[in-house]
Each structure stands twice: as C-alpha cells, then as structure tokens.
Design a protein around this ligand. Structure first.
Ligand code: C5P
Length: 233
C-alpha cells in the first residue's frame, strides 16, 4: 500500500517524530529521508537559531541585558526561515550556540515551531522535527523520539566535507574543534541542554546510514499501521 496516501485516506491524526543529537550527527539527512519517504513536513529547528545568529551578527546586536533581549523578541516575533542557504558557515554555527543559551530566544523559537506545525496539521500525515531539545522540551509527547549518536571525528569529517563543498576555505582541525566546543555548550547550558529525551530510541549513526534509514523506516511503518489499527477499532 502506498504509505504516502495511507494516513490521508484514513484521516489519521498526524504523527510527530523528533530527532535530537549533536552537531553534524546526521539528524538532518535522516529527517530529509523521512520527509521524502512518508511525505511528512520537516522542520530543521537549528535553522531558527542560525537565522537569529545571522541577524545578530549582521546588525551587531548585543543580547546581554534583559531589555536588549525583550526588544529583540518584540521585533522578531515571527522568524522567517526561508532563504536559509547562507547559514552554515562556522561563524554562524558558533554564534547560534551562543544565542541558544538565552531562555527567551528559545521560547520564541519554540513557539514559532509549534505554530508552523499547527498551521500545517491538516496538510500532512506526519511531522519530523530535528534539533537538540525537540523530544525533551518542544514536542515531549511525540509519537517517536530518536536520539542520534555519532562519533565526533566522523561528524567533523562530514561537516568539513559539507563546508568544502559549499566553497568555504577551512581546515579540518578547526571544524573538529568547533564541533567539540558546540557540543560542550549545547550539553552544558542551563536551559534545554542536549540530552537523550525520555523514551527516546538511541541510534548510532557512525557507520551505516543505510542501516539507520532502514531501522527508522520500519519503526515509522509500525507506528502508522498501529495507529491505523487503533483507528479502525
Ligand atoms: O542543528 P544545527 O547545527 O544547525 O544547530 C545550530 C545550533 O543551534 C546548535 O549548536 C545549538 O546551539 C542550537 N540549537 C539548539 N536547539 C535546537 C536546535 C539548534 O539549541 N533545537
């Protein structure tokens, strides 16, 4: 049976899949695979942090004091994540994990993500959202929660290749270092640190992406068919 049409034809409640993990762990690739395979709506939550980082860098905005943060939030209530091609540079990566420490910025981004899901609820059989706090904070009640753990050096090599392919002039050791620092910051920050969410399935994506994809595809098929059975009872 065509999985793309299955949820639509039975008018099932859309399912939510969260994918959390460290920098360059492969979350994005897996999320895009799910989006394509099941016709789900995909949100890359990191784009929001990167977009804010870009605005902060370009406009030389300082977000140290409460008033500066509140003024920023009032001005950028709705974050436009279109045109996100230029957001992957090392400079923006570094800045994004700085803005990610600010509770008010996180709340702003979370409400933007929830609104986007709500606006598209009737249009898709499911949603896949990737980031650092998606299963632990933003969509705690998700149907499937995944945590992707990947060896740090493998992640650095992948990100290095991605940046070189995009035309950045960069050396590998800087990329590895940046990932180490960002992981540290993301895991140790006060608000919404990167953790393995409760009830999440941990998947090691260090070696075999095809195996990872197959495993996840089967998990989703099982969930969708259980939902169908329950709906028909
Ligand atoms: O996933 P990506 O590398 O694009 O995320 C950039 C940065 O945004 C992360 O290093 C992290 O500091 C922050 N982030 C976050 N919570 C998310 C997604 C990203 O704190 N859900």
């Amino acid at each position: 049976m065509n999985l793309r049409n299955r949820s639509k034809s039975f008018k099932l409640k859309p399912i939510i899949i969260t994918i959390d993990g460290g920098a360059a762990s492969g979350k994005g690739t897996i999320a895009k695979f799910i989006k394509k395979e099941f016709n789900f709506f995909h949100i890359d939550s990191g784009i929001y942090y990167r977009k804010i980082a870009k605005i902060v860098i370009e406009k030389k905005i300082v977000l140290n004091k409460k008033k500066e943060i509140l003024d920023f939030i009032n001005k950028y209530k709705k974050i436009n994540i279109a045109n996100n091609r230029s957001l992957r540079s090392l400079k923006i990566s570094k800045k994004s994990s700085e803005v990610a420490k600010i509770k008010e910025i996180r709340n702003l981004i979370n409400s933007n993500q929830k609104r986007l899901v709500k606006e598209n609820l009737k249009k898709y059989p499911g949603f896949v959202i990737d980031g650092r706090d998606i299963g632990s904070v933003v969509f705690k009640k998700a149907d499937i929660k995944l945590y992707i753990s990947t060896n740090q050096k493998i992640r650095a090599k992948r990100r290095y290749k991605e940046l070189i392919d995009r035309g950045e002039r960069i050396i590998y050791s800087n990329v590895l270092n940046e990932i180490k620092i960002r992981d540290e910051k993301d895991k140790n920050r006060k608000y919404s640190p990167l953790i393995i969410p409760e009830k999440a399935i941990t998947i090691d994506n260090s070696c075999n992406l095809q195996k990872t994809k197959k495993l996840i595809k089967n998990l989703i098929i099982k969930k969708l068919s259980n939902n169908k059975k329950n709906a028909n009872k």
